[in-house]
Design a protein around this ligand. Structure first.
Ligand SMILES: Cc1ncc(COP(=O)(O)O)c(C=O)c1O
Length: 466
């Protein structure tokens, strides 16, 4: 007996769709990076889908690729110097296809032993890079950096208040989190989600407007007499400026005051795969927990976050539950659902496994160091051409402005460059002024792309300067 033929397509269609996806990837360099918005065209094209009749799968997939690629900022383009959204590595896309085809259930170890063990191996690899040789680090894959940071708060709560898992917060306590004012503001959403609210997040201003020092952090904690310090969060690679907080200083404060230390290395944590990148984050090993997003610098498809902890025990405290309807735990194995906010979960590690296995650690190291070198090139060429560099980082993220430019002029330059459709960059505030921000986001970017951006910037500056 066969199943309901209408309920599913022919698996052979996957080969045709994969061929279309491959063509899309090959063509991306020739795409317009930032096409004009096409709201009306989009509504018209989507109106054609009333779902009344079944359509041919390959035809729909071709249309979907065209819709997604043709009417969007092409963050997969080599001349996209934007936010931390690189194109996905082909091997990682392949890993995601395999994952979707098999669809392992990552809740219980016994249901998906290979997937669970692959993820454990990856957790141990990244844990040993963070904690320098400690090969028993704990952790779990997440949907992204926000979930990983959220997990850190739950672990800190479980550690700080031993009855929290059963009874919630003790009466009258006001736990607070200390983070740089330059941190990623998912911290606000997380504070709301755990019932603490925005005011529990102390946004401490870095003295230089970029990276927060341990001393400034210590002063902020000590000034805060009545509050109950729950955790200190250092950021390694801030979203706006690529700054790295003084993690060694944070570690000292955390040890002295007995506070949980978390490092949000969502983007820059990927650089741990390169020897040069590893040296950029001194003090990272002092963290109790760390966030790294493989869907950022490590270029695997979204969403892929990684939450690392020094110990399994703290993950048990935060997430541990038991129930009779789950399959029995296999002796000496860990069921992923008791270490994660998620229950049924995608095999997120599969795409990273494919990328690592096919490129090897040396391949990833070369990719990262090439991007760091391109950042250096952009920085030095900008200086040579009379631009002022506004941030201070060895990571490939450069903030800069035209000499003496007011905010309006900076915005005009940004709009002019983006308006050419040949490159994309953004603007951010840095020490009170609007500056341009260019991040070497794509592993396909090369010297020609950097020089193209520079040419477009110089052209855009001319009329504004006049
Ligand atoms: C430093 C940092 N932390 C956390 C996040 C949030 O990560 P996600 O978007 O994967 O949830 C970002 C996103 O850009 C980030 O830059």
């Amino acid at each position: 007996m066969t199943g309901d033929a209408d309920a599913d397509g022919d698996p052979g269609m996957l080969a045709d769709v994969a061929a279309l996806a491959a063509r899309h990837i090959r063509a991306r360099r020739s795409a317009c990076v930032a096409p004009a918005r096409a709201d009306e065209i989009l509504s018209e094209r989507l109106a054609a889908y009333d779902f009344a009749e079944p359509l041919d799968g390959v035809t729909v997939a071709a249309d979907l690729l065209d819709l997604l690629g043709g009417h969007a900022v092409r963050s997969d383009h080599p001349a996209y110097f934007g936010l931390f959204n690189p194109p996905p590595l082909v091997a990682a896309v392949a890993g995601d296809i395999v994952t979707a085809a098999v669809n392992p259930q990552l809740a219980a170890w016994g249901h998906a032993p290979a997937a669970a063990e692959i993820e454990r191996k990856l957790v141990e690899l990244f844990g040993s890079l963070v904690w320098r040789g400690d090969d028993d680090a704990a952790g779990t894959f997440t949907s992204g950096g926000s979930e990983a940071n959220h997990s850190a708060v739950l672990l800190a709560l479980a550690r700080r208040y031993p009855d929290w898992a059963q009874h919630g917060l003790p009466c009258g306590v006001r736990p607070v989190l200390y983070v740089s004012a330059q941190s990623h503001l998912a911290w606000m959403k997380i504070a709301r989600a755990v019932g603490l609210g925005d005011r529990a997040v102390r946004l401490v201003e870095p003295e230089d407007g970029l990276a927060l020092t341990g001393e400034a952090l210590r002063r902020a904690v000590l000034r805060d007499g009545e509050a109950d310090p729950l955790m200190l969060v250092g950021t390694a690679g801030t979203t706006a400026h690529g700054a790295i907080d003084d993690l060694a200083g944070f570690g000292q404060v955390a040890r002295e005051l007995g506070i949980h230390m978390h490092v949000d290395a969502a983007w820059a944590g990927g650089a741990l795969l390169s020897p040069r990148g590893r040296d950029l984050m001194p003090g990272l090993d002092l963290a109790d927990t760390v966030t790294i997003d493989p869907h950022k610098w490590l270029a695997v498809p979204m969403g892929a976050g990684l939450f690392l902890s020094r110990t399994w025990h703290s993950l048990d405290e935060a997430f541990g539950v038991t129930t009779g309807y789950m399959p029995a735990t296999v002796a000496n194995r860990r069921d992923p659902y008791v270490h994660s906010m998620q229950w049924s979960r995608r095999f997120t590690g599969g795409k990273l496994f494919m990328a690592l296995a096919t490129m090897g650690l040396p391949g990833y190291a070369r990719m990262i160091e090439r991007q760091i070198a391109l950042g250096d090139r952009l920085r030095s060429r900008l200086r040579e051409d009379g631009w002022t560099i506004a941030n201070d980082t060895a990571l490939p993220l450069v903030c800069f402005s035209a000499l003496g430019a007011e905010d309006v002029a900076t915005k005009k330059i940004e709009d002019a460059v983006v308006g050419t459709g040949r490159a994309w960059l953004s603007s951010v505030r840095c020490r009170g002024r609007l500056v341009l921000r260019a991040c070497i986001t794509s592993f396909e970017a090369n010297e020609g792309d950097v020089d193209l951006l520079l040419g477009l910037l110089n052209d855009a500056r001319e009329p504004v300067a006049r």
